[in-house]
Design a protein around this ligand. Sequence first.
Ligand SMILES: *Cc1c(COP(=O)(O)O)cnc(C)c1O
Length: 220
Amino acid sequence: MSIARQLLEIKNKLPATVTLVAVSKTKAPALILEAHAVGQRHFGENYVQELVDKQAQLPADIHWHFIGHLQSNKIKYIAPFVYLIHGVDSLKLLQEINKQAAKNGRVIDCLLQVYIAQEETKFGLSFEEAEAILQSPSPASLEHIRIRGFMGMASNTANTAQVEKEFLSLKTFRDRLLPDHPLLEILSYGMSGDYPIAIACGSTLVRIGSTIFGTRSYPQ
Ligand SMILES: *Cc1c(COP(=O)(O)O)cnc(C)c1O
C-alpha cells in the first residue's frame, strides 16, 4: 500500500486530539516528501546526523521530533530547529538542552522518558526519578526548556493486558502530577505494533514508522 493510503488509514483511526508522528528513521527524503504531500507535518528521527541532514533538505514547515537516545554533546546540532525532544532521561541533559536552546534564542519542549516495560534494554527513568526531576527546583529555573509530558515504550509482547497495564501506569502517574504541573499535557506512547491500545490508554501522541513507510532495512 502507498504511504498516502497508510497515513489515511491510520488517521481514520486516530481521535482528533492525538498527534501522529511519522517515524522516518532510515527512510529516504523522497518518502518523507510523499507523506508531506498529503499533509503530514510531524516526523520523528532517532539519529542526530540523519536528522540534521534531512532537516536541511526538506520543507521548513516540518515539525521534527527527536525520539532517539540523545547525547549531550550532540544537542547543539538539533537545537536550532527541533520541535520536541522525547527521550530526556536526566537533569544534566535538560540543563544542556536549556543552554543550547538559549544560544539559539529558543524554548525547547521536552518529554521525560519513563521506563514502563518489563524488558531490561529500554532507556528511561523510573517513576521516582522522573518525579524527583519535576519536583526539584532546577527545571523551573531553566527558562529555555519546558517539560511537556512523558514518553514511554511498552514491552514488545503479544500480551495486550500487559501492554495496557504499562501504558496506563504512565497515564496514572501523569494524571497525579497534572494539577501541580499543568504543562504535562503530552503522553507519547504507541508505535506500529501497539498504537490502538495506546490510544485507548490515553496517548496524545503516537510514533508510527514501519506501518507507514514499510519495514526498515537496517535495525534501529
Ligand atoms: C523506531 C521507533 C518508533 C517507530 O517504530 P515502528 O514499530 O516502526 O512504528 C517509535 N518510537 C521510537 C522511540 C522508535 O525508536
